[in-house]
Write a protein that binds this ligand. Structure first.
Ligand SMILES: [Zn+2]
Length: 168
């Protein structure tokens, strides 16, 4: 799998903590709690569908959360377009991003895949080569590109936090 990890700088300690948490998949899922206290938690299932074991990837792919996650993806696409264009305008460049271009990007799937980068990887803070290449072409400026990627990361984390799956 092709991806690179961007080391984010952040003024907020809790954001750093959240990033580390996501990257190491250390969210206290039921599976993790089961491991820690097997006798108490062995019968716990995902709190949304009540059927599957609540592993890290299941939390994001659970069909009972599908519409919420689809909303987050839609809002992230709109944020992507708006934030790109306002950064471009502020830098005296043309606002060239539209829905068509955003929808061409292939990392908006919410399915879990070992073969390709999906939105689940974006939630973990992984920047795919595709996202890196697109933003490099859009901004033609590394500072602007990094600024945008941090904004995008913060936006997604905030949405995920509001979604209520991460207790940070
Ligand atoms: Zn579930």
């Amino acid at each position: 799998m092709d991806f690179l990890l961007v080391k984010w700088s952040s003024d907020h300690q809790s954001d750093d903590f959240l990033l580390v948490t996501l990257l190491t998949e250390e969210i206290p899922t039921v599976e993790k709690r089961k491991y820690l206290a097997y006798k108490i938690f062995k019968n716990w299932k995902c709190s949304f569908c009540k059927q599957c074991d609540e592993t890290f990837d299941h939390m994001w792919t659970c069909e009972s959360c599908a519409s919420e996650l689809d909303n987050i993806i839609q809002e992230t696409k709109e944020f992507f377009e708006g934030a790109c264009n306002s950064l471009l305008i502020n830098a005296d460049k043309d606002p060239i991003i539209d829905d068509k271009l955003v929808n061409k990007m292939t990392f908006w799937d919410r399915t879990y895949s070992e073969m390709k980068i999906t939105f689940i990887d974006l939630i973990k803070g992984i920047i795919s080569c595709e996202l890196s290449a697109y933003t490099s072409l859009i901004f033609e400026n590394q500072n602007l590109q990094e600024k945008f990627l941090v904004l995008l990361r913060n936006f997604i984390f905030e949405k995920v936090r509001v979604f209520g799956l991460i207790d940070v």
